[in-house]
Design a protein around this ligand. Structure first.
Ligand code: UT7
Length: 324
């Protein structure tokens, strides 16, 4: 018998303010047409002034609990993936823990930028297998609008704010790939590429939050090569082949990267969950948002094989294979 981390519920929250591409035509030398054709993004949500990363994450977490039919008292641990915390410390996870009224267990943040949710799932899976928790909330929540340079057209049109969450619950499996839950993970990072995608500020350097800087075309090339590779590695570890994949749930950074990854995996676009047009790139929130949106549309059937993958600053990248 093997302890498996099974998804019991999903939830998400998007701030009310929706900004379409036309908005940027008034402030920058850009067009709706350029943004659509180069990225697939049509609109994104931005948090209101005063609305923080923990506020967004709380709402997503509550939605996931409601979907799972559970209450806060059932949760042993809260793991949050974010690169845009409310404060340097305490963690967003502890803020959400107390906001939900959870008074036991443990909570902490994981920072692996856009790959953060995959890393957080790896943490949750390990905690659950080690018997440290039976029910966990895993949340990806971001307010990337707070680290945009609004004069840099090559980055500020790409990102959005939002949050997604899943409740993971321990279940006894047979130990083979017919089990439900997380079947395999693959994690990678390579700090030699730090200058391709970073924030130019921080506590111990400038004392400011800083702004996101990216050499987009170089990140693009790494993404196309590394995302299909990590997905194949995780599938190998799970003893599954790409033909057995029912759904690819990719990091929603750029439609062209998503299409190239699906092509390399031999998957038709009908098997790919897409939210990039409506959300833009929400970094660590992107995968749980896509999972929750697809789940609320009723796209996943029990027993479906899902692969999620992401890459971002670090560079850090990885993938997870799970059976719904
Ligand atoms: O989530 C973390 C991972 N991040 C990613 O996965 C992002 C990966 N990168 C990308 O998605 C793409 O590289 C971008 C969407 C960022 C850029 O697309 P691209 O096709 O790689 O364009 P490029 O950077 O090679 O730029 C082409 C041209 C440049 O002009 P010149 O030098 O050819 O005259 C840019 O200055 O497009 C220009 N450009 C723009 N033009 C109009 C850059 N941004 C814009 C813009 N509007 N917003």
């Amino acid at each position: 018998m093997t302890r498996r981390a099974v998804v019991r519920g999903t939830g998400h929250y998007l701030p009310e303010r929706i900004v379409d591409n036309k908005h940027f035509e008034q402030m920058l030398d850009t067009t709706d047409e350029w943004i659509r054709t180069r990225t697939g993004i049509e609109r994104r949500h931005f948090a209101e002034d005063g609305q923080t990363t923990s506020d967004l994450g709380m709402r997503a977490a509550q939605a996931a609990l409601d979907k799972a039919g559970l209450s806060a008292a059932d949760i042993d641990a809260v793991i949050v993936a974010t690169s845009t915390p409310d404060l340097t410390f305490p963690s967003v996870a502890t803020m959400i823990q107390s906001g939900l009224g959870i008074q036991r267990g443990f909570a902490y943040d994981v920072q692996a930028v856009c790959a953060g949710f995959v890393y957080a799932l790896a943490n949750a899976d390990a905690m659950l297998r080690a018997g440290l928790a039976d029910r966990l909330l895993v949340i990806g929540t971001e307010t990337f609008s707070r680290i945009m340079d609004w004069t840099d057209r090559s980055t500020c049109v790409l990102f959005g704010d939002g949050a997604g969450a899943v409740v993971l619950e321990a279940a006894e499996g047979k130990g083979d790939n017919t089990d439900r839950g997380i079947l395999a993970l693959d994690l990678n990072s390579d700090g030699r590429y730090r200058d391709l995608l970073y924030v130019d500020g921080g506590v111990a350097s400038t004392g400011t939050a800083g702004h996101l800087r990216m050499q987009g075309n170089l990140v693009f090339r790494h993404a196309v090569e590394k995302l299909a590779a990590t997905a194949h590695l995780a599938l190998d570890k799970a003893g599954l082949s790409p033909e057995q994949v029912d759904w690819l749930v990719p990091h929603q950074a750029n439609l062209r990267i998503i299409e190239a990854t699906a092509r390399r995996m031999g998957l038709p676009m009908e098997k790919v969950v897409l939210t990039v047009a409506d959300h833009g790139n929400t970094s660590a929130a992107s995968i749980p948002l896509a999972l929750s949106v697809a789940d609320s549309r009723g796209q996943f059937k029990p027993g479906d094989v899902l692969v999620a993958e992401a890459i971002g600053g670090g560079l850090a990248w990885g993938s997870v294979v799970l059976r719904w």
